[in-house]
Write a protein that binds this ligand. Structure first.
Ligand code: FE
Ligand code: FE
Length: 329
């Protein structure tokens, strides 16, 4: 019997979605508690990342009880700093009052992380950036982004913060847009409680090799979280892991294993038209196969192939592992 790593999911995997076409939503809205119940139904999850604030009327005690009832733990909270009031940014909003209101949401999330015993506050400043040439003064943008994140981290020295980078969407250019740029920004903060959450799909669609980006972040001591999904590389499609990029997904997890990275394997997916519990189950079925394939990889032969940059030998070894791993159910 294989012992698998702990699996987790962003609670938004179980929410209902709106986009710019189905402005009436793809399903009826679900409360934070409904989403936790669905996450529990998957039966394979140990952790969830929860949006903050919770849906109206849901208290911290409600969330704590719902998590306990489903046998789930909160890995982190994601403050909603990218909604309408912060459409021009959270940290980099030109209006100081908007920056303050975003900060208040993040301070609230920090308190909730303490109360729930979670590992981090996850910062996804989706509206921080710009859309048009000449729209933003880049020096101001980076000053506000870096100083704001530093102030937040220094106000909560007992907590960890992770920045999830992404190249674009909703802005055409997000400030925290790549692994390298995020490392440089964190170095300029000069704090030790800010790291990175690497989203496999964001790296893919940003033109990165997710495995290489993982190594870069690990080399800088900054890979504190990750989530997986899949996309066609032209957009953050947030499809099921294993639907497209099998080899790159295996390479990503191989890099984590080589470095002794032990963390939660998290899902960040948006099943607009798929049933969310089944979507998560099928994703974890694939991740388990990936995990078994890692056990089957002929590491010494792979190292020898890589020492010669012998792509054919390396891919033969990878194919052997991937297609021998098989499925459990
Ligand atoms: Fe993500
Ligand atoms: Fe994403």
């Amino acid at each position: 019997m294989t012992t698998y790593p702990p699996f987790g999911a962003g609670l938004w995997n179980f929410a209902a979605y709106v986009d710019r076409y189905a402005t009436d939503g793809y399903d009826t809205p679900r409360s934070t508690l409904d989403q936790i119940r669905l996450a529990g139904e998957v039966g394979e999850l140990s952790y969830v990342d929860i949006n903050y604030p919770f849906t109206p009327g849901v208290t911290l005690d409600d969330v704590r009880a719902a998590l306990a009832a489903e046998g789930l733990q909160c890995i982190g909270l994601t403050p909603d700093i990218y909604l309408r009031p912060h459409a021009k940014g959270a940290f980099t909003n030109p209006d100081p009052a908007r920056r303050a209101s975003a900060r208040a949401i993040m301070d609230g999330a920090a308190d909730a992380v303490r109360a729930l015993g979670a590992r981090y506050v996850k910062i996804w400043p989706g509206q921080d950036g710009f859309d048009y040439p000449f729209q933003a003064a880049y020096a101001d943008l980076s000053r506000l982004a870096i100083e704001g994140m530093r102030d937040l981290a220094q106000a909560h020295p007992d907590l960890k913060f992770v920045i999830e980078y992404k190249p674009r969407e909703p802005r055409t250019h997000m400030f925290w847009g790549s692994a390298a740029k995020t490392i440089l920004g964190i170095q300029r903060m000069g704090v030790d409680n800010v790291g990175v959450l690497l989203d496999f799909g964001h790296a893919l669609f940003g033109g990165e090799s997710p495995a290489e980006s993982a190594q870069l972040l690990i080399d800088h001591g900054l890979l504190w979280g990750m989530d997986v999904n899949d996309n066609f590389r032209g957009w953050d499609d947030d499809m099921m892991t294993g639907s497209l990029h099998w080899v790159e997904t295996l390479e990503f997890f191989h890099t984590l294993r080589q470095n002794g990275w032990e963390g939660v394997w998290q899902l960040d997916q948006f099943p607009f038209r798929e049933e969310s519990v089944e979507n998560a189950k099928l994703s974890i079925r694939f991740l388990k196969a990936v995990y078994r394939a890692l056990d089957l990889l002929d590491e010494s032969a792979l190292a020898a192939a890589q020492a010669n940059q012998d792509a054919l030998a390396a891919l033969r070894i990878v194919q052997n592992a991937l297609f021998t791993a098989g499925l459990e159910d």
